[in-house]
Design a protein around this ligand. Structure first.
Ligand code: TEU
Length: 514
């Protein structure tokens, strides 16, 4: 019988290892904590876990500065513990995806320390070193500021992120061979998929031209990068059922789907919802754009409403339309958390009933909001110094139980402060409460398995987002300013909020059995 590959309709839960659960009492999450709390993910019903970077790292960018891709940072545990976690997850029916960061390494990676030691070191060619009086280009980095730093011998090296993250030279065969070896290392340990960090940035124009409108970009989405993923696909295909999932920030749909050609990636994150305000026309356009783009490729649509880089969606949706942004505000822009929570519940029913694969960022199943009041002295994100906003507010440790911080996340002080108002948002407080965000996610994840793959819009007016999945299911979300009637149905499977008889109130979504 023909079965759909697992990544085509999976619910994939993003674990941010620093903030999931701390077993060894240092205030930072670890593998021991994840193993101890695997039951939460089993009860939630997710198909796979995407593990944020857990490799040895000086943590200049929360582990996205890797110094050894074949080991585990001691703050998180050991390789043996990682292997045990993979085995336990598999026994629980949960697959594991690891995060690979191929654009750059840590400045403490042995390749880079060797490159710094001498101008003749062969490792210099693994990076982008340049001799030049002044900065080789005027490129702006992904976190703002320059992309070049000068070494003590006067040469410059390229870094699209922080100076602690030197960019690799993907023109060099040794770099390519190394990463193919790293993929095999993790596939051999049983991991089911790879999340590819900054997937569009790897290849640079060796002539290092300036960024000019209308000219091919010197480092973003260059054609050469596809050759890298073709070779990675050949590696993945040596194994069974392994998925390559790209972090592809790509506004142009045709360029986005190029990454999903049959001999390249199996899936790519669709970030459209992150920048989309709570507005019927915009939301509908996001869904249409994504479904149309994927109709022409074999890869599944993916749906992401939060991740570790953007403001949590309870907070985004609680901002007024004029202040909507996915960047963190520390300037006191008012947020209506009740409104944001109501919309977040409806958004969960939306993303979990769209065809394709859905991502759940840890804590969204608890309805966590952004911590926008982290004191300046506690901010860890290197982006803060360069751009004046921080991603730390969405990276705050999870609340498990108890009435106050640290909510059983740790026995020590959590590495980032948790709000004092999360006592209703702990896993313990929400378990068994039919009105909680957690129970809504559990039910939706369970019931989505019964949905037919057939998607069709249902015309209920411009301000109502509605569609069917096959003949017996309808989703309806009311984005108008007043209650609207629901289509005739046999059973109400789920509702994101209280209903008004047969009327669906504003900002409320339902799943109906027709
Ligand atoms: O992010 C890549 C990326 O494109 C970011 O610059 C993104 O646009 C920004 O964070 C949005 O606010 C990945 C990781 O997800 C991020 O956490 C890392 O810092 C970055 O790569 C460097 O490895």
């Amino acid at each position: 019988s023909v079965t759909t590959p697992w990544w085509c309709d999976a619910v994939i839960y993003q674990v941010y290892p620093r903030s999931f659960a701390d077993a060894d009492g240092d205030g930072i999450g670890d593998i021991g904590g994840i193993r101890a709390r695997l039951g939460h993910l089993r009860d939630l019903g997710v198909d796979a876990i995407w593990m944020g970077p857990w490799y040895p790292s000086p943590m200049a960018d929360a582990g996205y500065d890797v110094s050894d891709f074949r080991d585990i940072d001691p703050v998180f545990g050991t390789l043996a513990e990682a292997e045990a976690l993979i085995a336990e997850a598999h026994e629980t029916g949960i697959r594991i995806i690891v995060d690979i960061v191929p654009n750059h390494v840590s400045s403490e990676h042995p390749w880079f320390t060797a490159a710094l030691r001498s101008g003749d070191a062969p490792e210099r060619d693994y990076f982008w070193f340049r001799k030049s009086q002044s900065m080789p280009t005027n490129w702006t980095g992904e976190f703002g500021g320059t992309t070049w730093t000068r070494t003590p011998d006067g040469d410059w090296y390229l870094h699209l992120f922080t100076p602690e993250q030197p960019d690799l030279n993907w023109e060099h065969p040794a770099v390519r061979a190394e990463f193919e070896g790293i993929l095999r290392f993790w596939f051999d340990r049983g991991v089911d998929g790879i999340r590819i960090d900054s997937a569009t940035l790897l290849c640079k124009d060796p002539a290092l031209p300036e960024v000019v409108d209308g000219e091919p970009h010197p480092f973003h989405d260059r054609d050469a990068v596809h050759d890298v993923y073709r070779s990675w696909r050949r590696v993945a295909d040596e194994y069974q059922d392994r998925a390559l999932i790209g972090e592809v920030w790509m506004p142009e749909v045709e360029r986005f789907t190029d990454y999903l050609r049959p001999d390249e990636l199996h899936a790519a994150f669709n970030f459209d919802f992150l920048g989309c305000a709570w507005d019927p026309a915009l939301l509908r356009a996001c869904v249409n754009r994504t479904l149309e783009a994927h109709a022409t490729v074999g890869a599944p649509p993916t749906w992401v409403i939060s991740n570790h880089d953007v403001t949590r969606h309870v907070t985004r949706y609680g901002r007024s339309d004029t202040t909507f942004s996915f960047e963190n505000n520390l300037d006191g822009t008012p947020v209506d958390l009740e409104l944001g929570t109501r919309r977040a519940r409806a958004a969960a029913l939306l993303t979990l009933s769209l065809p394709g694969s859905a991502y759940v960022y840890q804590g969204e199943e608890l309805g966590l909001w952004e911590n926008e009041s982290i004191g300046e002295d506690r901010i860890q994100d290197p982006m803060y110094a360069r751009r004046g906003h921080t991603r730390d507010g969405c990276r705050v440790p999870l609340p498990w139980s108890g009435d106050e911080p640290p909510y059983a996340f740790t026995t020590a002080t959590p590495w980032l402060p948790q709000p004092a108002e999360w006592k209703d948002r702990t896993v313990r407080a929400q378990t068994g409460d039919p009105n909680s965000m957690l129970e809504l996610y559990r039910a939706a994840i369970r019931l989505r398995r019964t949905l037919s793959p057939e998607f069709a819009w249902l015309g209920l007016g411009a301000d109502v987002l509605a569609y069917t999945r096959g003949a017996d299911f309808a989703f309806v979300l009311n984005l108008s300013g007043f209650p609207v009637p629901m289509p005739e149905h046999r059973t109400r499977m789920l509702a994101s909020g209280p209903l008004d008889g047969d009327l669906l109130p504003q900002d409320t979504a339902v799943w109906l059995r027709l």
